[in-house]
Every structure is written in structure tokens, then in C-alpha cells.
Design a protein around this ligand. Structure first.
Ligand code: BGC
Length: 419
């Protein structure tokens, strides 16, 4: 993480000294990257809930899908000694932050709220550092989705492809009808998001696990991985020329307005359809990314709490943790966000069919062993390794002369963390 321990200890000390003695309402400062339409609606619900309890919400929203910008801002705030109450941090990174000694111990609140019984282990394990809760989950996102505008397919007179083999013929017809086959934004995390769904579809969940979780060198360098890169190059042909650096939600907007036909993106995209008043099954479809029907790539958003020594700070952590875990919040946040509640006991009565399918598949794949962590969304490996892999995927995406073999070897080198 490149942050020296003594800097962090100094930061925590400064905060402790600056703290006021006792206050009745707490200031809850949260650093996150929820800035698109659907995301902003979701986070507004958290603000509302805390304010209704008398707390003050201090919003630190850092634009940039996938969170790379937010991560940079958070690291600089640590160095300058001004940690927020909480930050959106996910997956194995939570362990890296735990090692820095800056995270709060939420054991008391977790025990009182019975979190262990309410959360599936695949979620609660990620929230703990050395067996103690340090983070609170807000949701479970599914990444391996394909968002479809059915009217675009109708206009082109072609069926929605069911496999990667069927894909080019369908995409050619869409293109002939003046429709962009694939909505995409050329940003490294979006390239990697598309690529991980291709890897899952081409190689299957077992191969995906070997490559992205076990970081198995032969799998990373295999012909299966090369085939996944070949497929990425094929899909690249069907992305419009203005895609470079387009934000993901603007890509989703082209599905909403019918200019494009398909987007490979996690279900935060559904938050955009919802915000635009669109109805699943009618205006748009949520289908598992090609070849991934029986698998589920999970991406759990969580708020990690930082150690506080003031009464105000401690209250802020407690209020925020309790609010996030409440069934009321888990329902309303996820209705807007496109994800499903992290708590398995929250009713899905108000949720749409995409969320119901995600929930059923989440439970089924956790039993069948085909529930896998998202590599592109930093759930599968350390930030350093996933960053290295992301660089390789983006380089391949933007360099027509780079071979699939060289890219696969690049992934293997990134896994050795010496790329
Ligand atoms: C986060 C989502 C967010 C998406 C786009 C993902 O990494 O988990 O909450 O909506 O990035 O910014």
C-alpha cells in the first residue's frame, strides 16, 4: 500500500487530539465513489437515515467508476492525517488496511446486532480482520450480467446471442442496422470487467478460480486464457469509436436510448435503468453474460470504519454500522443500487425479477461451488496484483499488435507481482 506505519500512527494521534469531549449528535463522514444517477440515489438514502437519527452527514464523493480515484484520495487523506469515519473499501484490501492498524473494532455492535447469524459466511469473512468485524456490507453485486435492449435486436431482426460463437453474426447484423452492438467505456476497470466475464464464459468457474483466485501460473498462461483474449479482441470490433474514456453510466445510457444493444457490466447498471424509470423484462433484459448461466461473480460493497478516539467519532461508527445493517437500509439502498441485500433475511417482495434471479443464483452457486469473486472489482486478489492484471488487459485492449499469448504471459507475470 506504500504507506508508512508511523505516518498512519501520527494521523490517528492527530485525530484523537482534535477530538471533542462529548456530543449528542455525531458527524458521519463517508468517502465513496457512488456518483452516477442510480448510485447517488442510493447513497442519499443512507444520508437520510442518519440525519433522521440526528447525525450530520459529511459526503466525500470521489467520481470515477470502479473506485481507483477514490482509493488514491483515501491514501492521501491518511498521509495528511485526516481519516474519514468510513470509506468504501472492498475485498482483500480490507486485510491490507487492517495490517496498517487503523481500522475500528466493531465486535460489540456486531455481537449486539447478531451479524454472524444474519450474513452468509462468504460476506462476513470479507468484513473481518483477524476474526473481528472492521467493515459493514451494504450489498452483494453480481458482475457477470449482460444488459440488453430487446428493441434494438428487434429492429435489427436478429436473435440475442446465447454463446460467444453466436455473438459475431448477431453483432454484424446489429451494426448493419446502425446499432452499436456493445456499449462500453474504454477505461481500464471497464475493460477488465468485460474481460473477467469472458474468462468465466470461456473457461468456466473452475478455470476462473484457478486463474484469478489461486493465481495458478499454468492456467494464466493457458490456451484457454489466450482464447479469452481472442474473444476480447473480437468483441472490441463491436464497440463504437467514441468509447475511449467514456464513463460506464454513459455507456448504459446508450442501451437505455437504444443506440446500443448489449453491455457487459455489474448490476449497478440496473441502478441507471431504475433511475430512468425503465422496467426489466420490457424495456431491458438482464441476462447472465454469455456462457456464465451457472456461475455468479460477486462484488460486495462495504464501508470500512476507521479507529476513532473521540466520543463523537465512536458514536459516528456505531450509528453508521447499525444503520447500514438495518433491514430498512438494506432494502431501500439496494432497490436503488441494482444489487441485493447482504443480509439474507431481508424480504425481496419489492425487488424486480433481476434481483430475485441474482438472489436465487447467489444461494445456488454458493452451494454448487460456482460462486466466484470478481477480479476486476478487487474481490479476488490484492490491489497490487489486480492492478497489474488490469494494466495488461487494457494494454491488450488498446494495442492491436499485442498477441493473446503475450497478454496471457503478462497476466501470469502480474500474478507474480513483477509485471
Ligand atoms: C462498485 C459499485 C459501483 C461500481 C461503479 C464497483 O466497483 O462496487 O458499487 O457502482 O464500481 O462505480
Amino acid at each position: 500500500m506504500n504507506i508508512r506505519k508511523n505516518v498512519i500512527h501520527a494521523a490517528v494521534l492527530t485525530m484523537a487530539m482534535a477530538a471533542s469531549a462529548s456530543v449528542s449528535a455525531a458527524t458521519v463522514e463517508v468517502l465513496h465513489w457512488w456518483t452516477s444517477g442510480g448510485e447517488a440515489h442510493s447513497v442519499a438514502e443512507l444520508k437520510k437515515l442518519l440525519e433522521s437519527q440526528g447525525d450530520t452527514w459529511k459526503d466525500v464523493a470521489v467520481a470515477g467508476g470502479g473506485g481507483d480515484n477514490a482509493s488514491t484520495v483515501l491514501k492521501s487523506r491518511i498521509v495528511s492525517g485526516s481519516l474519514p469515519t468510513a470509506a468504501q473499501i472492498k475485498g482483500p484490501s480490507i486485510q491490507e488496511w487492517g495490517e496498517q492498524g487503523v481500522l475500528a473494532d466493531l465486535s460489540d455492535t456486531a455481537k449486539a446486532g447478531n451479524w454472524d447469524a444474519l450474513l452468509p459466511p462468504v460476506v462476513s469473512n470479507v468484513m473481518k480482520y483477524r476474526g473481528k468485524y472492521v467493515a459493514v456490507p451494504v450489498n452483494v453485486h453480481r458482475v457477470n450480467w449482460m444488459w440488453v435492449n430487446p428493441a434494438a435486436f428487434k429492429k435489427a431482426g436478429v436473435e440475442i446471442p446465447k454463446t460467444w460463437d453466436e455473438f459475431p453474426a448477431a453483432a454484424d447484423k446489429l451494426q448493419k442496422a446502425g446499432i452499436t452492438p456493445v456499449a462500453h467505456g474504454g477505461q481500464p476497470w471497464q475493460d477488465f470487467t468485460l474481460f473477467e466475464s469472458i474468462v468465466l464464459g470461456i473457461g468456466g468457474p473452475e478455470f476462473y478460480q484457478k486463474a484469478f483466485v489461486k493465481l495458478d501460473q499454468p492456467s494464466l498462461k493457458s490456451t484457454t486464457m489466450e482464447k479469452a483474449f481472442d474473444t476480447l479482441r473480437m468483441v472490441r470490433r463491436y464497440i463504437d469509436k467514441d468509447a475511449a474514456n467514456r464513463d460506464w453510466n454513459l455507456a448504459t445510457a446508450t442501451i437505455i436510448n437504444g443506440k446500443a444493444a448489449m453491455q457487459f457490466m455489474g448490476d449497478w447498471a440496473k441502478g441507471e435503468f431504475t433511475a430512468a424509470g425503465k422496467v426489466p423484462g420490457k424495456d431491458y433484459l438482464c441476462l447472465p453474460a454469455l456462457g456464465t448461466d451457472n456461475a455468479f461473480t460477486f462484488n460486495i460493497d462495504s464501508l470500512v470504519m476507521f479507529k476513532q478516539s473521540s466520543t463523537d467519532g465512536k458514536k459516528a461508527i456505531k450509528d453508521l454500522s447499525t444503520a447500514v445493517m438495518s433491514p430498512q437500509f438494506q432494502e431501500v439502498f439496494n432497490l436503488n443500487k441494482g444489487s441485493i441485500p447482504a443480509r439474507l433475511d431481508v424480504s425481496l417482495a419489492k425487488f424486480d425479477d433481476c434481483a430475485k434471479r441474482a438472489s436465487e443464483d447467489f444461494v445456488a452457486t454458493s452451494k454448487s461451488g460456482t460462486l466466484v469473486p470478481s477480479a476486476a472489482h478487487k474481490m479476488a486478489m490484492s490491489e497490487a496484483i489486480s492492478g497489474g492484471m488490469q494494466d495488461v488487459v487494457t494494454q491488450f485492449f488498446n494495442s492491436p499488435s499485442m498477441t493473446s499469448k503475450a497478454a496471457s504471459e503478462g497476466l501470469a507475470a502480474a500474478a507474480r507481482n513483477n509485471y
